[in-house]
Write a protein that binds this ligand. Structure first.
Ligand SMILES: *Cc1c(COP(=O)(O)O)cnc(C)c1O
Length: 356
C-alpha cells in the first residue's frame, strides 16, 4: 500500500450493491462500483480529496463544462490476479501522465500524479470485490476532470473536479471489424486537440461515425485533416499493420491520440526481435499492399478491446477484404501475450502491472 501522506477522507457505503451483481451477466457500462474518488480544484490547489459512495452529482445548469466543454478523461482496466487476491492495473502511471497532457491543452490545471495514483489505489483497494472473477471480464476505470465554475461567460474555469469511478465489464469478445476510411470529415487538425483525450473530440466524431454505421461499417479510419491522404487512427484505438514481416505503426502526433496499448505493442514486437517501423502511412500504400498481398495483418490497439482485428477496409466506395484472421500470426500471438501480462498469467518483465 502506498502512503505518501495524502489525506483522503473515506466515507463507506452502508449498503453495498455487490451482492446484487451477477458477474456472469453484466451489461456493458451500466453498473458502477460502490464508491468514487473525488478531488476539488479551488484557489489554485487541489483539495478535499475523498472517497464517497457512488452517487449523482449536484451541479448548477450554469456549470462551465456543460457549455464550453472543458473536460478530459482517461480509461484503464483492472483485472483480478490468478490467485484472486490482488487487483492488477495495466500501466496506470501512463494514464496519469496523459491526463496531465490533455488537461494542459484544454487550459485546465494538472492533476498531480500522486493524487491520481493514490486516489486510484485507495478506491480499488476499497472496491476490490468489484473486479470480476469471471474469465475475460475486467473492471473498467474512468478518471475524468471537468470545469466546475458556475459562470456562463467564456473564459477558462477556475474551479475543477477530478473524479474516478469504475464499472465492471463482461467478457469483451472483439469481433473483427469493418472500417471505412473517412475522407470528408476530420477528427483532428494540426494545432488542434486530437492528441488529448478531450470530451469534445468524441462529440465531433459521432456524426461521421453514424453515417458510416448506416453504410454497414463498425468504425471509421480517420485520415489527416489537410489532404485526407495519411491514415491516422480509429475512434478509440490506434491502428497497426504487418506489411511483409514488418510491424508498421503510426507514431503519435498533434492529431493522434498517444495510445498506451500501441506503445506496449511496439515494445513487445521489438523485444520479440520483429522489424518495427514507426512512420506515417498513406492510404495509397495500404491499398497497394492489399492488392499485391504484402499486407498480412491490420488491427486496432486500445484499452477497451486490447487488440481488435480489422477484417475489411472501405475506401473510395470500394470494400477491400483483408487476410483471414486465423492467418494473422503476429497479432494473434500478441493478443495472448498482452492479455496474459494484464491478467498476471504471463510474467511481467517490463514492470507494467501495478498491483493493489
Ligand atoms: C483512448 C484512445 C486510444 C487508445 O489509447 P489506449 O491508451 O491504448 O487505451 C486511441 N485513440 C483514441 C482516439 C482514444 O481515445
Amino acid at each position: 500500500m502506498i502512503d505518501i501522506g495524502l489525506d483522503i477522507k473515506i466515507q463507506k457505503t452502508n449498503q453495498s450493491r455487490l451482492p446484487e451483481i451477477d458477474f456472469n451477466n453484466i451489461p456493458f457500462g451500466k453498473i458502477y462500483a460502490d464508491h468514487m474518488f473525488l478531488a476539488e480544484y479551488q484557489n489554485g490547489q487541489w483539495s478535499d480529496l475523498r472517497i464517497e459512495p457512488f452517487n449523482n452529482l449536484n451541479l448548477s445548469p450554469a456549470i462551465s463544462v456543460l457549455h464550453y466543454g472543458q473536460s478530459v478523461f482517461e480509461g484503464l482496466k483492472g483485472f483480478r490476479s490468478p490467485d484472486g487476491k490482488e487487483v492488477l492495473v495495466f500501466r496506470p502511471e501512463e494514464n496519469a501522465k496523459r491526463l496531465k497532457d490533455s488537461a494542459k491543452r484544454l487550459c485546465m490545471p494538472e492533476v498531480p500524479e500522486e493524487i491520481f495514483m493514490t486516489g486510484l489505489h485507495k478506491l480499488l483497494d476499497l472496491d476490490r470485490g468489484w473486479v470480476p472473477n469471471v474469465k475475460d471480464s475486467a473492471l473498467y476505470i474512468r478518471p475524468f476532470q471537468f470545469a466546475a465554475d458556475e459562470y456562463i461567460g467564456l473564459k477558462p474555469s477556475e474551479s475543477f473536479k477530478f473524479i474516478i469511478f469504475a464499472s465492471p465489464v463482461g467478457a469483451y469478445y472483439s469481433e473483427p471489424v469493418k472500417v471505412k476510411v473517412e475522407t470528408e470529415y476530420t477528427r483532428a487538425a494540426q494545432g488542434g486537440t486530437g492528441f488529448a483525450k478531450a470530451a469534445g473530440n468524441y462529440a465531433a466524431s459521432m456524426y461521421p461515425a453514424k453515417l458510416a454505421a448506416e453504410q454497414g461499417y463498425h468504425q471509421l479510419l480517420w485520415t489527416d485533416g489537410k489532404e485526407h491522404k495519411f491514415i491516422e487512427e480509429s475512434g478509440t484505438m490506434n491502428v497497426l499493420f504487418v506489411i511483409n514481416d514488418t510491424l508498421v505503426s503510426i507514431p503519435s502526433s498533434d492529431t493522434i491520440l498517444p495510445g498506451i496499448t500501441r506503445r506496449s505493442v511496439v515494445q513487445i514486437a521489438k523485444d520479440w526481435g520483429m522489424k518495427v517501423e514507426e512512420r506515417p502511412v498513406e492510404v495509397a500504400e495500404i491499398i497497394s499492399a492489399i492488392k499485391d498481398g504484402s499486407l498480412k495483418e491490420m488491427f486496432g490497439a486500445g484499452t477497451a478491446a486490447t487488440i481488435t482485428q480489422i477484417a475489411l477496409m472501405a475506401y473510395d466506395g470500394i470494400d477491400y477484404e483483408l487476410p483471414a484472421v486465423e492467418t494473422r500470426e503476429f497479432s494473434n500471438k500478441l493478443h495472448a501475450e498482452l492479455t496474459g501480462i494484464q491478467r498476471g498469467l504471463v510474467e511481467d518483465t517490463r514492470g507494467w502491472v501495478y498491483k493493489i
